[in-house]
Design a protein around this ligand. Structure first.
Ligand code: UDX
Ligand code: UDX
Length: 465
């Protein structure tokens, strides 16, 4: 099959950047990214490249080069599906909030809607590529819908999980550690796999493109995220022990990371991992394990989540305890709200839970984040439904200037590791704060000696002295 047109359903953090890079590297293929959210599509089409709905370093330049050439954003889903020989499904698969598997299983409602829409519209054979992270064996559900409701068109389903990390999406897409493609082991399946391999081979070295059966591919995505999250929870568990014993978690990370069997990455202690994937994928894994009666497997992985919840809780508890056991009426400045630096995404960010805990203690919070907009921050709090919308807006203010956020504060909490925080005029900030002026560095990015010399009382996660 010769691919001339690709359609991608879902113009989110994954669909948008992934298609932009394929368009850049495959000028011979016309790519249309569609979404039911009209505002999002309009934002992707905005002339001002600073207004793209997803902030990723380097993405604006790629969109500038490809948009209108062979990359298009549209809300006309039917047309794009009809024209394409290959359809990527990149819609979100949130944790279920209702019914069986509530709070654990992935909600496949959107995936099913996509499959039904493809089945209804398709008039010629198509390759369907799952980009969304899915529970193992979802491909067979998609296939069953396509085969039973379609217009006698032949579909091949491939699993092609995305491993990009937000904040480095462009870099990860241009130079991936590996591309994974799962497909049927039948001759037709193998042909379809080869078609997708050929697309990636336009820029990815062949030895980094690996092919497996569909189930291995789907499970590999969940496993990769579970292993990465487990490293963060493991080092975070050590961070608490370091604080008690006087060890320094950064020194421990360095010492163990130099063991080539362990490696240096993903050993940074933090206030807790966030992001759209880690928690959701582990919960999903736990749910799948339980559904096969594998309770020990489920408990093992669930502990990674429990450790993460504990890390967020103990960070806010420590703030309250250090501020003489009460933060009621005290201003606390939050530097950062995004779940990591270089992204405007806040899904599952540790900042949300820490803020909620402190608001329960009647603290007044002022937030500054370089990329996250005010409405997003309020929406994150409202989603928790802990208190009324009015109360959230009364107690928490969003500032456009970091110095203003810190003015008159009793304490500063660093929730995201944005580079610019390191270069602030900390003397100026100190002068404007209540004394003693506390800093709780949940990312361990600031310089302890410098800050202590200025006069701050400085707490760094995982450091006992
Ligand atoms: C992706 C994957 O889809 C998810 O499974 C993975 O775990 C993380 O990355 P992401 O791109 O981050 O999700 O999600 P999001 O930014 O929410 O984008 C999904 C888009 O799909 C949204 O813009 C939404 O409007 C769109 N959508 C959803 C549709 O166009 N149709 C639908 O039926 C449902
Ligand atoms: C993750 C996976 O890395 C990616 O391969 C997959 O496709 C999607 O999920 P993402 O969630 O975008 O990517 O970011 P990631 O860099 O993995 O960070 C996740 C969270 O862990 C962040 O909150 C980050 O701050 C935290 N983290 C990461 C740590 O606290 N310490 C570390 O050492 C690394």
């Amino acid at each position: 099959m010769n691919i001339q047109n690709i359609c991608c359903i879902g113009a989110g953090y994954v669909g948008g950047p992934t298609m932009a890079v394929i368009a850049l590297k495959c000028p011979h293929i016309r790519i249309t990214v569609v979404d039911i959210n009209e505002a999002r599509i309009n934002a992707w089409n905005n002339d001002d490249l600073n207004k793209l709905p997803v902030f990723e370093p380097g993405l604006d330049n790629i969109v500038k080069e490809t948009r209108g050439r062979n990359l298009f954003f549209s809300t006309d889903v039917d047309k794009a599906i009809d024209e394409a020989e290959m359809v990527f499904i990149s819609v979100n698969t949130p944790t279920k909030t209702y019914g069986k598997g509530k709070g654990m299983a992935a909600d496949l409602k959107y995936i099913e809607l996509c499959a039904r829409q493809i089945a209804r519209v398709a008039k010629q054979d198509k390759i369907i590529v799952e980009k969304s992270t899915l529970p193992v064996r979802t491909a067979s559900a998609i296939k069953s819908i396509l085969d039973n409701t379609g217009n006698n068109v032949a579909f091949q389903i491939l699993s092609n999980p995305e491993f990009l990390a937000e904040g480095t999406a462009v870099k990860d897409l241009l130079n991936p550690d590996r591309v994974l493609i799962g497909g049927d082991t039948t001759p037709e399946g193998e042909k379809a796999i080869q078609v997708l391999v050929d697309i990636y081979a336009n820029w990815v070295p062949k030895e980094r493109i690996i092919t497996t059966n569909v189930w291995s591919s789907e499970l590999s995505k969940l496993t990769a995220n579970a292993f990465l999250a487990q490293r963060v929870s493991s080092i975070n568990a050590m961070s608490e022990l370091c604080e008690k014993t006087g060890a320094d978690v950064n020194e421990v990370s360095k010492a163990i990371g130099m063991d080539s069997r362990i490696g240096p990455k993903f050993l940074k202690a933090s206030v807790g991992f966030g992001g759209s994937c880690f928690q959701k994928d582990i919960l999903n894994l736990v749910y799948i394990a339980k559904s096969y009666g594998l309770n020990e497997v489920a408990d093992y992985w669930e502990q990674v989540i429990l450790m993460n919840e504990h890390q967020k809780q103990r960070f806010s508890d420590n703030i309250v305890k250090t501020l003489y056991n009460t933060v009621s009426g005290k201003k606390i400045a939050f530097l950062g709200w995004a779940f990591k630096k270089d992204t405007n995404d806040t899904r599952e960010s540790a900042a949300i839970r820490v803020a909620d805990n402190l608001l329960n203690e009647q603290a007044e919070i002022a937030v500054f984040d370089p990329k996250v907009v005010e409405e997003r921050i309020y929406a994150d709090l409202e989603f928790l439904d802990t208190r009324s919308i009015q109360e959230n807006r009364k107690l928490l203010k969003v500032k456009k200037d970091p110095y203003e956020a810190c003015e008159n504060a009793h304490a500063i909490a660093v929730l995201t590791e944005w580079d610019e925080f390191k270069t602030y005029d900390w003397n100026k900030i100190y002068k404007s704060m209540q004394k003693p002026a506390f800093i709780f560095d949940g990312r361990g990015i600031l310089n302890k000696t410098d800050l202590e010399n200025i006069g701050f009382v400085y707490y760094k996660i995982g450091t006992g002295n």
